[in-house]
Write a protein that binds this ligand. Structure first.
Ligand code: BTN
Length: 323
């Protein structure tokens, strides 16, 4: 059975929110009663709670926490972000796969999602732990027409979008740690790695990879003071496919606003509201010399505005700050 049939059945059930008759499913999808019955059985085996009512048809009562192509495709209905989707149970790295697809000519908006990575990559050459069955590893391919200077801001747009999605789905007090880490109760739950491929002097494509610690139940002792998962902070599992869906919906909306000006002008307010560093003293880890100051939020270029003790103001455009 193709996953597109399953996608269509899931979509019908989800959109209706009530019973859908077997007859209606057959007619809408042009398939037989037996085929419908088989799809329902397969969905039940995967953990979907499907109620079959006498003379009423089928109703979707519950969705398991599965990441599958059918589950993702039945949810993500965005204009651009995730309009094409690929899912892998295991992959080396979703960023690497997105780049391979980009080289083959894949379109802007392609989203690669995996349940597990065996060569997950973090920033500054670090690796990103990517165990199976609990977290989200996804990468979005973009083919921008703006200059390379704007690319670092897209990471901020992604951080904002994922933070908004987490807030919407889990109701956790989620915050962004400038520029693009997402924290809950000061512990990191999301990391973002954006990579860029240039051709002569223009951006050929870029990939924005997001790792979300969703339902991971424990962390190695050496990082448990600084890293966590949504599950550990909330005490309740979060549906991963729903989180992918909401992240792409927010990105679609925010990216459209971003592209009107090719900068953060229209998103400063939303970003600063979620900024953990706003109006607090930060230490700027500038390679030319570290200093402290009060962070007042970002400007239209996505730089962090930091007021030093002597009253002078620095616009920090790269690097890390510690809270
Ligand atoms: C960081 O170091 O904070 C960034 C981590 C980014 C991890 C994500 S997981 C999905 C995508 N694929 C990768 O190999 N890395 C990114």
């Amino acid at each position: 059975m193709t996953s597109s049939r399953k996608t269509e059945v899931l979509q019908l059930l989800r959109n209706s929110g009530d019973y859908v008759s077997g007859q209606q499913i057959c007619e809408t999808l042009g398939i037989s009663r037996t085929a419908v019955w088989k799809i329902m059985n397969q969905l039940k085996e995967e953990g979907y709670e499907i109620e079959a009512g006498q003379n009423k048809g089928y109703r979707l009562n519950g969705t398991p926490d599965v990441l599958s192509l059918a589950e993702l495709q039945s949810r993500v209905k965005t204009r651009m972000a995730g309009k094409e989707l690929l899912y892998f149970d295991v992959i080396d790295s979703t960023n690497l796969e997105a780049k391979r697809r980009a080289e083959e000519g894949a379109p802007e908006g392609l989203l690669i999602v995996a349940d597990k990575q065996v060569a997950g990559r973090g920033r500054r050459g670090r690796s990103w732990e990517s165990p199976a069955g609990a977290n989200i590893f996804m990468t979005l391919l973009l083919r921008p027409s703006y200059s390379a200077d704007c690319v670092s801001m897209v990471t901020l747009v992604m951080a904002l979008s994922v933070a908004q999605a987490i807030e919407e789905v889990s109701k956790l007090p989620v915050r962004i740690k400038w520029p693009n880490d997402i924290v809950v109760n000061k512990k990191k739950v999301v990391g973002i790695l954006t990579e860029l491929t240039m051709e002569a002097d223009y951006v050929q494509y870029m990939v924005s990879g997001v790792g979300i610690n969703v339902n991971q139940t424990s962390f190695p002792e050496e990082i448990s003071a600084t890293a966590s998962s949504l599950y550990l902070e909330k005490g309740q599992k979060v549906n991963r496919a729903l989180l992918v869906q909401k992240s792409m919906e927010h990105f679609d909306e925010n990216y459209e606003i971003f592209c009107r000006t090719d900068d953060m002008t229209g998103l400063i307010g939303a970003y600063n509201t979620l900024l953990v560093n706003k109006e607090v003293t930060v230490r700027v880890l500038d390679p030319r010399g570290e200093y402290e100051g009060i962070a007042h939020g970002i400007n239209e270029k996505g730089e962090l505005i930091v007021e030093k003790e002597d009253g002078s103001v620095e616009n920090v455009y790269a690097g890390e700050v510690s809270v």
